[in-house]
Design a protein around this ligand. Structure first.
Ligand SMILES: Cc1ncc(COP(=O)(O)O)c(C=O)c1O
Length: 396
């Protein structure tokens, strides 16, 4: 039965991780996979997570099934985190398996609700987006988002593109900390997007995988909150992988605002059905940790403070990196690194230059050019800046 199988496309981010592990050079630098790292290259467990786990160990008496929707109290708490005061009365949230699982459930819901529809993705976007939607049977297309030659969001082109997308189609937006470019939309751009989408009947799908990593929990959710207030329908994919450091626990929340109570209830039924068909019921440990934290004022405050420390470490790393480039190149060409939000930036390097950095310097960058600034220890900033500057000096 397996004769007809061809070699599947390689996931460039996972493949890079394998190449880094196989590289014996002790001074290699891994700017690949999108996880937060401390100065020792370690992805730590938050202290508040360990405390919540301790409580759960004592308090829990069962590991029985949780149902296809998972823990709905968890989903309610997370919804408050996402939407704050902009909560709609016509919404449904279900627990799902990380940000990727939430996206896959939303993809299934879109197919069930609209059948033949296109999901519009920013160019560039996270490499997994198009494959997740395609796997569910959806078409994808792109709209312009970021110009890597000038390191800026292409706001005008994006707004013009939105004017041409057929009414009723789905437009994916990164809520904050855009992956891969780290360049977010200004409040004015969000206003303009909300106005166009509302006027043209486009359906926003906000991927919120990094709330709290950019400018703080509330500012990072400002865009999605605006859309929740101004549009009748909204889809949100939320991940707890990064902001709770729960990568391996596969914890996320799928949220739908649906215009009426009846539509919201139906959307919930269909999302639960999609989940049931994919994996039946989500794992419970990660959501129980998040729920324990968010239900306890002291733990919630500790979490906010730990998350803020993580965020500030990335802000400081970005500043350091920009300053080092300014000092070495004598130009402001790399200032966008400082202005970026979250872990990622997209230096304008060619595939050949990326390959050279890997071969000659042991510096690993994803093939689309994305770097994870959290993967660069401060003590290696000078090495990275030197390597890139020398490479650029060789350009004709
Ligand atoms: C934009 C974006 N969405 C979704 C995800 C998926 O997150 P998770 O690991 O929770 O599945 C990621 C992870 O890198 C991401 O960058």
């Amino acid at each position: 039965m397996f004769e007809a199988l061809s070699v599947p496309p390689i996931d460039p981010i996972l493949a890079l991780g394998g190449a880094v592990r196989a590289d014996a050079r002790p001074d290699k630098i891994d700017l690949g996979i999108g996880v937060y790292r401390d100065e020792n290259g370690h992805t730590p467990i938050m202290a508040v997570v360990t405390e919540a786990e301790g409580r759960l160990l004592v308090a829990r008496t069962t590991k029985t099934y949780v149902g296809a929707r998972g823990d709905t109290v968890f989903a309610g708490r997370v919804t408050e985190l996402i939407l704050g005061q902009s909560k709609s009365q016509w919404m449904t949230g279900i627990q799902a398996t990380g940000g990727t699982g939430t996206l896959r459930i939303l993809a299934g819901l879109i197919v069930r609700a609209k059948g033949d529809v296109t999901v519009w993705l920013p160019e560039p976007t996270w490499l997994n987006h198009s494959t997740v939607f395609a796997d569910a049977g959806l078409r994808t297309a792109t709209y312009p988002y970021y110009d890597r030659r000038i390191s800026k969001v292409r706001v005008d082109e994006m707004l013009s593109a939105l004017e041409t997308i057929p009414s009723g189609e789905v437009v994916l937006l990164h809520g904050c900390c855009h992956n891969p470019c780290g360049a977010d939309l200004s409040p004015e751009a969000w206003d303009a997007i909300a106005a166009i989408m509302s006027r043209r009947g486009l359906i926003p799908l906000v991927d919120l995988a990094y709330q709290g990593f950019g400018h703080g929990l509330d500012k990072d959710a400002a865009g999605v909150r605006l859309l929740a207030l101004q549009l009748p329908e909204l889809l949100v994919a939320f991940s707890c992988s990064k902001n709770f450091g729960l990568y391996s626990e596969r914890t996320g929340c799928t949220l739908v605002v649906a215009g009426t109570a009846k539509k919201a209830a139906l959307a919930g039924e269909h999302m639960a059905l999609v989940a049931r068909l994919l994996y039946s019921m989500p794992p419970d440990h990660g959501s129980a940790i998040v729920r324990t934290i968010l239900e306890d004022e002291r733990l919630a405050a500790s979490w906010r403070s730990e998350l803020e420390t993580v965020r500030l470490s990335m802000v400081s790393k970005r500043r350091q990196l920009s300053a080092a480039f300014r000092a070495t190149t004598g130009t402001a060409d790399f200032d966008y690194l400082e202005h970026g939000a979250g872990m990622f930036s997209l230096p304008n390097l060619s595939p050949r230059e990326i390959a050279d950095l890997r071969r000659d310097r042991g510096i690993y960058i994803v093939e689309d050019g994305r770097i994870n600034v959290a993967g660069l220890p401060s003590r290696r900033t000078a090495d990275f800046v030197q390597a890139v500057t020398e490479l650029l000096a060789k350009r004709p």
